[in-house]
Write a protein that binds this ligand. Structure first.
Ligand code: CTP
Ligand code: MG
Length: 244
């Protein structure tokens, strides 16, 4: 399942992020191809920008996707809603779902395979992640530009930067999304909880055990303009080494 309905505001003005090009091909096409390369993947459901469903369908039709079944649905106003809408389009008999950001076009197939294998081996939720290069500090956020008091510094050795695809038993993922929706619409004491920014976070919130497997530096997310520069460089390096 590929959430691709975001605007890409941090990337700056232009087309929705999933349709921005990398090496002449939209990020979304790279991301779907990266998943389709895995033998573990049989069906890819894409949550497109609501006004872009026809365009995205045509785009994916026109790019060869290794004979995998591809479906496009309209995404929602938040990533969480887009994933929920995408999940609804996945047949009940599918047991394992990988959720992969359209904004991570260069994830190596080894990462996709490793996540799928760990779920198959029995984990209900699996995320790929890498150690952090920077030291991280928790702060008391202030208005933009004002110095922020530091609260503490978590031990970097215990921290991981989490990527996608994140893998789940379909039933687990469906349940936590349904619970999150009920929590939101019921307004039930949800106000104080911090926002959940990934699917594994929902599993954690409702008491499930998430496992981390090794991610890859090339599975980084294209978020800001500099990330697109890096992605172009990684792609150029791959194309050069494929040439030999
Ligand atoms: N996403 C989505 N539906 C939304 C918001 C985000 O499907 N309403 C998807 C994005 O398309 C992206 C992934 O979630 O593939 C990760 O989100 P992010 O990197 O934050 O992308 P955007 O929300 O598009 O970027 P920004 O936050 O800078 O606007
Ligand atoms: Mg976003």
């Amino acid at each position: 399942m590929v959430p691709a309905a975001g605007r890409g505001e941090r990337l700056g003005p232009g087309a929705p992020k999933a349709l921005r090009e990398l090496g002449g091909v939209p990020l979304l096409v790279h991301a779907v191809r990266a998943l389709a390369r895995s033998r573990a993947v049989g069906l890819v459901v894409v949550a497109a920008p609501p006004e872009g469903v026809a365009e995205v369908t045509a785009l994916l039709d026109s790019h060869g996707l290794d004979g995998k079944d591809v479906r496009v649905v309209a995404g929602g106003a938040t990533r969480q809603e887009s994933v929920r809408l995408g999940l609804a389009a996945i047949p009940q008999d599918v047991e394992i779902v990988l959720v992969h950001d359209a904004a991570r076009p260069l994830v190596p197939v080894e990462v996709v395979d490793a996540v799928a294998a760990a779920v198959r081996a029995g984990a209900e939720a699996v995320v790929p992640a890498v150690p952090l290069a920077d030291t991280v500090k928790r702060v008391e956020p202030q208005a933009a530009g004002a110095p922020e008091p530091v609260l503490d510094t978590p031990d970097r050795a215990t921290l991981r930067a989490v990527q996608t695809p994140q893998g789940f038993r379909r039933r687990t993922l469906h349940e936590v999304h349904a619970k999150a929706l009920a929590e939101e619409s019921g307004g039930a004491a949800g106000g104080a909880l911090p926002p959940v920014t990934d699917d594994a976070g929902l599993v954690e919130r409702f008491g499930g055990q998430v496992f981390v497997v090794p991610g890859h530096e090339e599975a980084f997310k294209v978020t800001r303009p500099l990330d697109l520069v890096l992605a172009e460089a990684v792609l150029a390096r791959r194309r050069a080494s494929d040439g030999f």
